[in-house]
Design a protein around this ligand. Structure first.
Ligand SMILES: *Cc1c(COP(=O)(O)O)cnc(C)c1O
Length: 435
């Protein structure tokens, strides 16, 4: 197939020659960045492969297990594979963990008791955790069970206020929660190294405090994970990075044996713990997804950097910026108007393999405090390791873009978002030609 045929296909998708050519120029400038992502993926692929071999993953691990799930070999072996990859004593990896918020809620409620205090030294946590903690009152929150919460705001530069963190630690502080990814904020996402410094600071003062990292969107972005720099527990969702786009549901918690045991007792029941919870035929997708994850994350990172460059050069603030190092797969682009956010998301949706013909609209999603527009024409509902974008309809009107099972699809999706903004009159076609 020659270049002209590809150009024809772009036009068929509604992407103009100006938009395609602009994207081509940006892509060519990113060769070195892309090579670095490939190198990280190569290392992480070796890490996962080694863990699967070391734990003797076999065909039997993919068997369907129902009922109580006693002696579910596939489930138990997969948990060892996760523990090997993350260098932890244990892991809980289950389809019964319904999402990332649920995994975090389990990790918190399993390891906190009435009278304990939870500390976030990194400012406001992810929106859905506000109800888990009870920052916004909710049935069954930690607050209802007598767990108090304290938060230390970030400094102007988005990093840690060490003196204030020191002052916030007290004899009731039991667990510290550190969110690696920016989530729906414009602060930086933290490198594993920075998280390690924060954990060391806390452990020097209070070695007994449990340090938990919300690792959502961070897995396999770097050579190391927060569990390599002192985190006692790391938590994430399988419809993000570690599911590799194949896991249809699930979450994981990896960490110290005793903490993970508490999580298992909380997830199932006191006395039963890890012994129950049938894997119901999802194991092959969990294993295969975890195997694919380093390479899928690499594609998503290429898409994120491509988007940063595309939009920064058109004058939009982007976090991270076009040249910064990456610590998660999220790309924030501040479009400044509701129309911009909506046009961007409609473009992403129109480039999807599934539901491309539907037009997303803002709505009041449970767990969020403003209307949110979400674009996700995904094979797995709501999966954000697949090409997706979401934008809360509130200032500064930023979109959070992430995912892409393949680099080429991420590229096509971003070009379609740009085209959609041109078509909506948010960006002028003239401006593209000037670049
Ligand atoms: C996605 C996410 C969560 C919550 O995960 P859900 O699967 O959407 O419940 C929590 N924290 C961060 C940083 C996330 O990105």
């Amino acid at each position: 197939m020659n270049q002209t045929e590809t150009q024809k296909m772009y036009r068929q998708l509604g992407i103009s020659e100006e938009v395609r050519a602009y994207g081509q120029k940006i892509e060519e400038s990113l060769k070195d960045r892309f090579r670095q992502f490939d190198e990280t993926a190569e290392y992480n692929q070796l890490k996962v492969l080694h863990a699967m071999q070391e734990n003797r993953v076999s065909e039997g691990c993919f068997n369907y297990v129902s009922g109580y799930g006693y002696n579910d070999q596939g489930r138990d072996t997969l948990e060892q594979v996760y523990a090997s990859v993350f260098h932890t004593e244990a892991a809980l990896v289950r389809p019964q963990i319904t999402c990332g918020t649920h995994a975090l809620a389990i990790a918190l409620s399993a390891n906190l008791r009435p009278g304990d205090e939870l500390l976030s030294p990194v400012g406001k946590p992810y929106d859905t955790l506000e109800e888990v903690i009870g920052i916004r009152p909710s049935k069954g929150s930690l607050a209802e069970y007598g767990v108090t919460y304290r938060q230390v705001e970030l400094l102007e530069d988005g990093y840690f206020d060490y003196p204030a963190i020191e002052a916030a630690l007290n004899e009731r502080t039991k667990l510290v929660t550190i969110q690696r990814s920016k989530g729906y904020q414009t602060r930086p996402s933290y490198s594993v190294e920075k998280i390690g410094e924060l954990i060391a600071f806390i452990k020097e003062r209070r070695p007994d405090v449990i340090c938990m990292v919300d690792n959502c969107y961070g897995e396999f972005v770097e050579y190391i994970e927060p569990s390599d720099v002192g985190a006692d527990m790391i938590v994430g969702s399988l419809i993000k990075n570690p599911g590799g786009g194949l896991a249809p549901v699930g979450g994981y918690i990896a960490g110290k044996e005793e903490l993970i045991e508490n999580c298992a007792y909380r997830l199932t029941s006191p006395g039963l713990g890890k012994e129950v919870g049938a894997s119901l035929g999802v194991m092959q997708s969990f294993y295969q997804g975890f195997f694919m994850a380093p390479s899928v994350v690499c594609s998503a990172l290429k898409g994120a950097v491509f988007a940063a460059n595309i939009y920064e050069k058109l004058g939009y603030p982007v976090v991270p910026d076009s040249t910064e190092s990456r610590h998660d797969i999220i790309q924030a682009v501040t479009l400044g108007t509701p129309e911009g956010v909506i046009a961007f998301c409609k473009g992403i949706q129109a480039a999807a393999p599934v539901d491309s013909y539907v037009s997303p609209e803002p709505w009041a999603m449970p767990g969020y405090d403003s209307d949110v527009i979400m674009a996700a024409g995904a094979f797995v509902q709501g999966s954000s390791i697949e090409l997706s974008a979401d934008g809360p309809i509130k200032p500064p009107y930023a979109v959070y873009f992430q995912g892409g099972l393949t680099w080429t699809h991420a590229k096509i999706g971003i070009l379609k978002s740009l085209q959609s903004m041109v078509d909506a009159g948010v960006i002028s076609a003239e401006k593209l030609k000037e670049q």
